[in-house]
Design a protein around this ligand. Structure first.
Ligand SMILES: NC(=O)C1=CN([C@@H]2O[C@H](COP(=O)(O)OP(=O)(O)OC[C@H]3O[C@@H](n4cnc5c(N)ncnc54)[C@H](OP(=O)(O)O)[C@@H]3O)[C@@H](O)[C@H]2O)C=CC1
Ligand SMILES: CC(=O)[C@@H](O)[C@H](O)COP(=O)(O)O
Ligand SMILES: [Mn+2]
Length: 400
């Protein structure tokens, strides 16, 4: 029996996850149709996606860009409506005709539309880890209250989801799970010393050894902040305490993560490093569909290595663990400071090793508030960014 056609909104359609999502969807025209595709400023890329995938709605940040797109869509004879702004993002995330929302905007900008999808009870495919890091308890409460189906797309969390029993709510111990083993590639600078790290360029940091990804997450992988954000993400998704999540450096990125059980079993999910696998899993769950991914050739992989992370050379992992332990708004502050630091690094203003320093200095300058109100989280995000900008200026002056 064929499944009913699912209507999908892809938030962040022009990005790395968005592109992979559209690749999987295009393989299954019998299963999926598109309601909306969104982008920030990439209007040419969004126009090309509209021509190829024919969504009902396309969203850009700016009204002038939306007007540009509207004109081109009309000229091409497409009836896609072009919209602008955050309200339009929220609208396409919660629209009644939408069944599935791919949350693939990068950074804090994804929080409101992702939360809107959750509050509308959608199937939410969560790639935008920053949204959950910022608003953990509030986000998970909203999932439960509004009956949303939350499926992790981040490769490690998708792997853990696959390694846990189908019904794993109510604490890991209840299901005999003793530990979550979160794998990390180690990034492009695995084994480098702090002195070597001080000299690295944005191009080097964005050259991930195994995955092709957007620039922000690539830098996060290089600093190990990505693993720190993922540790926080795992705690919220799987109701785990930070000490139940062990980070295991596995340079091949073939094992995407594991769950350890009380009887000594360790269950792992393996596959080629291609995000179309977790995306297809999220789209089709609980069924399986073709994702266009090459079968894993274990003879070609040949060996799987493991080692502990170097938290001296890569302090961001420790900073994230400490933020999770501090609770409240601490993870939102960590995230905001990191976004400012990564932007400054990518702009050539801040050395790679100063990313962790800036994050730590912002953390020390901000209070930890209860994070039970969205307004508090958004306000702390804004204030942490202002603090980060001010500290960044001081840090740049200190180095002159
Ligand atoms: N790439 C990967 O393999 C993985 C990514 N993730 C997570 O998925 C998310 C997306 O990552 P990735 O695809 O790599 O990122 P990209 O930078 O490739 O894409 C980001 C997307 O978000 C849009 N966007 C950027 N800023 C805004 C904004 N302020 N408002 C609205 N839309 C915006 C971009 O539009 P425009 O093109 O116009 O800038 C683009 O469509 C991140 O949270 C990342 O951590 C998780 C696991 C793996
Ligand atoms: C593909 C994916 O999920 C990324 O988050 C990836 O995990 C980055 O790799 P590392 O952070 O392990 O280097
Ligand atoms: Mn990941």
């Amino acid at each position: 029996m064929s499944a009913a056609v699912q209507c999908v909104s892809v938030l962040g359609a022009t990005g790395s996850i968005g592109t992979s999502t559209l690749d999987v969807i295009a393989r299954h025209p019998d299963r999926y149709r598109l309601h909306a595709l969104t982008a920030h400023t990439s209007r040419e890329a969004l126009l090309a996606l509209c021509q190829r995938h024919r969504p009902a709605v396309a969203v850009l940040a700016d009204e002038a860009d939306a007007a540009w797109l509207r004109e081109r869509l009309a000229a091409a004879g497409l009836d896609t409506q072009a919209r602008a702004g955050e309200a339009a993002l929220v609208e396409v995330a919660e629209a009644s005709e939408v069944d599935v929302v791919m949350a693939a905007i990068v950074g804090a900008a994804g929080l409101l539309p992702t939360l809107a999808a959750v509050r509308a009870g959608k199937r939410v495919l969560l790639a935008n880890k920053e949204a959950l890091v910022m608003s953990g308890a509030l986000f998970m409460d909203a999932v439960a209250t509004h009956g949303a189906t939350l499926l992790p797309i981040d490769s490690e969390h998708n792997a853990i989801y696959q390694c846990l029993p189908a019904e794993h709510r109510g604490g890991l111990a209840r299901h005999g799970v003793t530990q979550l083993l979160l794998t990390a590639s180690g990034g492009p600078f695995l084994g480098w010393t702090p002195a070597q790290l001080a000299e690295v360029t944005p191009a080097q940091a964005c050259a991930h050894p195994n995955w092709s990804m957007g620039r922000k997450i690539s830098v996060d992988s290089a600093t190990l902040m990505n693993k720190g954000l993922e540790l926080i993400e795992a705690c919220w998704l799987f109701d785990a305490r930070p000490e139940q999540v062990q980070v295991v450096v596995h340079p091949q990125s073939v094992i995407h993560s594991m769950a350890a059980y009380s009887d000594g079993s360790v269950i792992a999910q393996l596959g080629n490093p291609d995000m179309r696998t977790p995306i297809a899993y999220g789209l089709a769950w609980p069924q399986r569909i073709d994702a266009g991914v090459e079968p894993l050739d274990l003879f070609q992989v040949a060996r799987l290595d493991f080692q502990a992370p170097d938290e001296m050379a890569f302090p961001c992992l420790r900073l994230a663990r400490e933020a999770m332990a501090a609770g409240g708004t601490a993870p939102a502050v960590l995230n905001a400071a990191n976004e400012v630091a990564v932007d400054a690094f990518l702009a050539g203003r801040l050395p790679f090793t100063a990313v962790a320093e800036l994050v730590a200095r912002v953390r020390d300058a901000r209070p930890v508030l209860p994070a039970d109100e969205l307004a508090t989280i958004l306000d702390e995000d804004r204030q942490a960014r202002q603090t980060a900008q001010a500290i960044l200026v001081r840090m740049l002056e200190e180095t002159i």
